[in-house]
Design a binder for this molecule. Structure first.
Ligand code: HEM
Ligand SMILES: [Cu+2]
Length: 648
């Protein structure tokens, strides 16, 4: 391969990107060296197996990906703002919507939520850490290197351009030659392994490590939604793994699973993709439901209305999510009977979802609402998400979908559910649990500015798109006809409004780091109901010194009433902790090297990398490190300092 094929050339925007990458990387290296932070970075972060730190790394990466995906979105909206715009050429537009969709779903929404789960779930169920902390680190690095591999494509080799759905035969070797599509396949493969491992890890954690007395039906709702999400991950992700592998083999080694010419089955890809893909949208929305439930109950200062109905509706949604995948291609030609079956199963999902909406409204009913920013995001979620849900039912009517299919009506619909559901929940959850992670709150005034900009921007951006869609504008085109000008222009203005909201949010992180008051009490908002608020802030690395015997639903409320804490001197025992390890990051770096080689179809190099990965697994299996103990004296010291008891 020639060097000028290796680097992407010819686009001013991409040269700008290259310069930005070099500048930012040099700045980071300089700062780390200047302040002598390399050992700190390696010892405290890169080798950590602590679920709280891994969660923070997930969230930071997800915020970076939200920025990247957001820049893609703004570029597309600029191109569509005026008819005859020449900002993005057709080919470049294709690449941008492909990377936007993929980054947002795989590298932003899922890791953001997994990051929150990492931090919150062990604390909510009274566990010391994940069941397999080492595996948790491995999962994070799999995601991280997968994301890096995918993102590097825009400066090296070229971006994929077949949509985030990567439909064959378009995505096959004949119609999409070159490394672009391989980046998609291998980036997702690597990250997917991490997600699958997290699903198993969290499921075992929740089933096996709950504190004594915390029965499943006493568990906080966010932990419930996580548990069910893990089941979806475990059943759905292997389908993606297989589909990606088959398409990789098609492209690199010339097999004919999805080709047209070799009597492959291109529609089989669409089926496999959506067999994973529809459950995937519930992977990113069920945890969001869990987050909103926690926040709404906390700031309505009431017990969650209909807890049991909530749990069952999550379970039913999860089950149904595997039975609706054909609604993504009603136009395939499966026939009226098949389409009717999938139409009905799709509409059935609205029933348990409706139940949840009424449960949230029931919780709010006659309550004294405290309008904090996490609560604002949660309140805004309800009507906004309903607008996405109702249009989803419209799309679910097979006959009508022949009109809506591949139009901006669909684009509006899925942004309504993904943004009002997932993104609002990410913001709400991050702000709500922020003091648990960083010992201070985010500034509420800035938070409200960012909320209003984002919320209004969101509706201004996407509401008009329903009508542009009904007017006939197809998705995935880089050209806006003059008759769609007004609505398209309004939509672009809204997109920039959201951009401003996000910028304020990021600025708030910096502002609060400098100026926010440091916490002394673990129950930061004063309204905590669940166990994570029972720990002091910052949370000790072992989480809980001791736990009360009986943990009911709303465990922390009971503890407050009974005057109990997580520090009962009489019950102290040493705590067994896992040691840090550099092996997860090294192993995943080696596997990402192998994947990178395979992207360019350098098969020997890829095989060597894979072999290196196997060597790392063997080394790991001879690792007899049993971890270490935190002794009673040290626990006493940590708890007394954290609780401010030393001055007494
Ligand atoms: C931040 C504001 C956002 C804006 C302004 C925006 C805008 C857009 C635009 C203009 C397109 C291309 C439509 C087309 O030409 O067909 C698009 C596609 C898409 N967006 Fe977004 N988006 C945003 C956020 C998100 C989020 C948060 C997610 C997911 C969590 C998401 C997921 C997708 C997906 C899956 C596609 C389809 C890509 C494809 O056709 O392959 N977007 N978005
Ligand atoms: Cu679906």
């Amino acid at each position: 391969m020639e060097l000028d094929e290796f680097f992407v050339t010819g686009e001013p925007l991409i040269y700008g990107g290259m310069v930005a990458i070099v500048l930012v990387s040099s700045a980071i290296i300089f700062i780390l060296t200047y302040f002598k932070k390399w050992t700190w970075l390696w010892r405290d972060w890169l080798t950590t197996v602590d679920h709280k730190k891994i969660g923070i790394m997930y969230i930071l990466s997800a915020l970076a990906m939200l920025f990247r995906g957001g820049m893609d979105a703004l570029m597309m909206r600029v191109q569509l703002a005026f008819p005859d715009m020449n900002f993005l050429a057709a080919q470049h537009y294709d690449e941008v919507f492909t990377t936007h969709g993929t980054v947002m779903i795989i590298f932003m929404a899922m890791p953001f939520l997994i990051g929150l789960m990492n931090i919150v779930v062990p604390l909510q169920i009274g566990a010391r850490d994940f069941a397999f902390p080492y595996l948790n680190a491995l999962s994070f690095w799999a995601f991280f290197f997968g994301a890096m591999l995918f993102n590097i494509s825009f400066v090296i080799g070229g971006s994929p351009d077949a949509g985030w759905t990567s439909y064959t035969p378009l995505a096959g070797a004949a119609m999409s030659p070159g490394p672009g599509q391989n980046f998609y396949l291998l980036g997702l493969q690597l990250a997917g392994i991490g997600t699958l491992a997290t699903g198993i890890n969290l499921m075992v954690t929740i089933l096996k490590l709950r504190a004594p007395g915390m029965k499943l039906f006493k568990m906080p709702i966010f932990s419930w939604s996580t548990l069910i999400t893990c089941f979806i991950i475990i059943f759905a992700f292997p389908i993606l793994t297989v589909a990606l592998a088959l398409l990789t083999i098609d492209r690199v080694f010339g097999s004919q699973f999805f080709t047209l010419t070799g009597e492959g089955l291109p529609m089989m890809w669409a089926n496999l993709f959506w067999l994973w893909g529809h459950p995937e949208v519930y992977i990113v929305v069920l945890p969001a439901f869990g987050i909103f439930s926690e926040i709404i109950a906390a700031f309505a200062k009431k017990r969650l209305f209909g807890y049991t109905a909530m749990v069952w509706s999550i379970i039913i949604i999860a089950g149904l999510s595997f039975l609706v995948w054909v609604h993504h291609f009603f136009t395939m030609g499966a026939g009226a009977f098949v389409n009717s079956v999938f139409s009905i199963s799709t509409m059935l999902i609205a029933v348990p979802t409706g139940v949840k909406i009424f449960n949230w409204l029931g919780t709010l009913h006659k309550s004294k609402i405290e309008f904090t920013t996490p609560m604002l995001w949660s309140l805004a979620f309800i009507p906004s998400f309903v607008m996405g849900g109702v249009t989803g039912v419209m799309l679910g009517m097979a006959a009508a979908d022949f009109q809506f299919h591949n139009s901006y009506f669909l684009v509006a619909h899925f942004h309504y559910v993904l943004i009002a559901g997932t993104v609002f929940a990410c913001f709400a959850g991050l702000i709500y649990w922020y003091p648990k992670m960083f010992n201070h709150k985010l500034n509420e005034r800035l938070g409200k500015w960012s909320f209003w900009f984002f919320l209004i921007g969101f509706h201004v951006c996407f509401f008009p798109q329903y009508f542009i869609g009904l007017d006939g504008m197809p998705r995935r085109i880089f050209y806006s006809a003059p008759e769609w000008f007004t609505l398209n222009f309004i939509s672009t203005v809204g997109a920039f409004g959201m951009g401003v909201g996000f910028a304020i949010f990021v600025y708030n992180i910096y502002y609060s780091l400098r100026y926010s008051e440091r916490e002394t009490d673990g129950d930061s908002w004063g309204v905590g109901r669940t166990l994570e608020w029972a720990t002091p802030t910052p949370v000790p690395h072992y989480n809980f010194a001791t736990l009360p015997e009986h943990l009911g639903y709303d465990a922390f409320m009971d503890m407050k009433e009974n005057g109990e804490t997580t520090y009962d001197k009489k019950k102290l025992k040493h705590i067994h902790m896992p040691s840090n390890s550099g092996k997860p990051i090294i192993m995943m770096a080696i596997l990402s090297f192998a994947s990178f080689a395979l992207v360019f179809e350098w098969v020997t190099l890829a095989a060597i990398g894979l072999f290196g990965g196997i060597i790392m697994m063997i080394i790991r299996s001879f690792d007899y490190d049993e971890g270490y103990h935190v002794e009673v004296d040290e626990i006493n010291e940590i708890e007394r300092t954290a609780r401010g008891l030393n001055n007494e």
